[in-house]
Design a protein around this ligand. Structure first.
Ligand SMILES: Cc1ncc(COP(=O)(O)O)c(C=O)c1O
Length: 381
């Protein structure tokens, strides 16, 4: 063994003022002009519909982005996991909704701790969960807002009957340490329908189902202050529905390959803001170029990344991702010339891609303008 070398670390990815082409790769790049456009358009959409915007932070996991969303008018944020909420709570974000169910002593302890610092709401779909959260909140001396999750077509979490919803609402209402916040009605499948009219119809059906549940509560004399749900794909329809009081889109700040391939003829016309930069590191084989961004830099659950710009973007196809290699098919004779070229890729799915990186390198006018930490990366408990 050698003596330890205390300060031996890889160089920083980028510095403010660097030229974009000099940023190390692989790197997650944010085009700030496109990001600002998306941020402002979604806020304007929510404002025009009289609906609160509570962006989903699972898409970006970045405090810097959440702060910008709140400065633009968002009422708070959503997190999908309790541990994910910690970096946001620690930096003073005051209102956090956990848009998910949780079970177990470790999770209850996190919920109680978070509720000491933030206005915390959570989702439940089982009376046993209500009893557990109520007991933990009582023991911890905190009050937590609980929303009943209803299934409006997603087929994931959420109760799917009137009886189950009434049981939940009554159980929450009878627990002194809990407050009944209303409903979460999220339909993920509707978000990703590429065709505008199909997406609109699916969103309308989900809103109608949510409306039926609201009417049921009202008929029982139970107030339903919040109906939250919706994502980037259906936000426009959810704002018009007259049912949702709050929307929780996440990916809208960035777009990704999946959302980028959708139709956006309406009032929300997002721009591609997130890119993965990569460098071609091998052209040894004819017809092939290999870049340095593979599975450890980009999630492929929603498809392989696509070339955005750069040399050869029309005649290069990303065809396979290995751990640290991205294999590109070169539909042109001259693959040799590509060695060292920088490529801009559009990740298929932004959320799990962001989770693979430590920082966003934010660019304007061809230069690095800001560096934002991805503080909640890996926080999946
Ligand atoms: C409960 C919930 N709300 C909101 C969102 C945000 O969706 P999107 O990133 O598609 O806008 C998601 C994403 O999966 C979700 O699960």
């Amino acid at each position: 063994m050698n003596e330890p070398v205390r300060n031996l670390k890889p160089p920083v990815l980028a510095r403010i003022g660097d030229r974009v082409e000099d940023v190390g790769t692989p790197a997650l790049l944010v085009d700030l002009d496109a990001f600002d456009h998306n941020l402002a358009q979604m806020q304007a959409l929510a404002d025009a519909g009289g609906v609160a915007l509570r962006p989903h932070a699972k898409a970006h996991k970045s405090v810097a982005i959440a702060q910008r969303q709140i400065a633009a008018g968002a009422v708070g944020i959503c997190c999908q996991k309790l541990s994910e909420a910690y970096p946001f709570a620690a930096t003073g974000i005051a209102s956090i909704h956990i848009s998910n169910e949780f079970v177990g002593a470790d999770k209850l302890a996190m919920a109680v701790e978070l509720a000491r610092y933030v206005d915390l709401s959570i989702c439940v779909d089982d009376v046993r969960q209500v009893a557990a959260v109520a007991a933990a909140a009582t023991a911890g001396g905190v009050r937590i807002t609980a929303l009943a999750e209803v299934d409006v077509g997603q087929g994931r979490c959420g109760v799917d009957s009137a009886e189950a919803l009434i049981r939940l609402a009554d159980a929450i209402g009878n627990a002194p340490s809990l407050r009944f916040g209303g409903l979460q009605a999220y339909h993920g499948g509707a978000q990703h329908l590429a065709h505008w009219t199909r997406r609109r119809d699916a969103a309308r059906r989900a809103a109608e189902q949510a409306h039926d549940y609201v009417r049921l509560l009202h008929a029982r004399g139970i107030a339903c202050p919040v109906v939250t749900g919706g994502g980037s794909g259906t936000a426009e329809f959810d704002c018009e529905s007259g049912v949702y009081t709050e929307i929780q889109p996440g990916s809208y700040v960035f777009l990704d390959g999946h959302y980028g391939a959708s139709e956006w003829p309406g009032r929300f016309q997002p721009r591609q803001a997130l890119f993965l930069s990569a460098t071609v590191m091998s052209t040894a084989r004819a017809g092939v170029a290999v870049c340095d961004a593979g599975l450890k830099s980009v999630a492929v659950d929603s498809g392989l990344p696509r070339l955005w710009s750069g040399p050869g973007s029309e005649w290069l196809r990303y065809v396979a991702a290995n751990d640290e290699h991205g294999v590109l098919q070169v539909l042109d004779e001259n693959n040799q010339a590509l060695l060292g070229s920088k490529l801009w890729l559009v990740p298929g799915h932004c959320d799990p891609t962001a989770n693979l990186h430590a920082q966003y390198v934010c660019c304007r006018n061809g230069r690095v303008a800001e560096l934002w930490d991805i503080a909640a990366r890996g926080l999946s408990r």
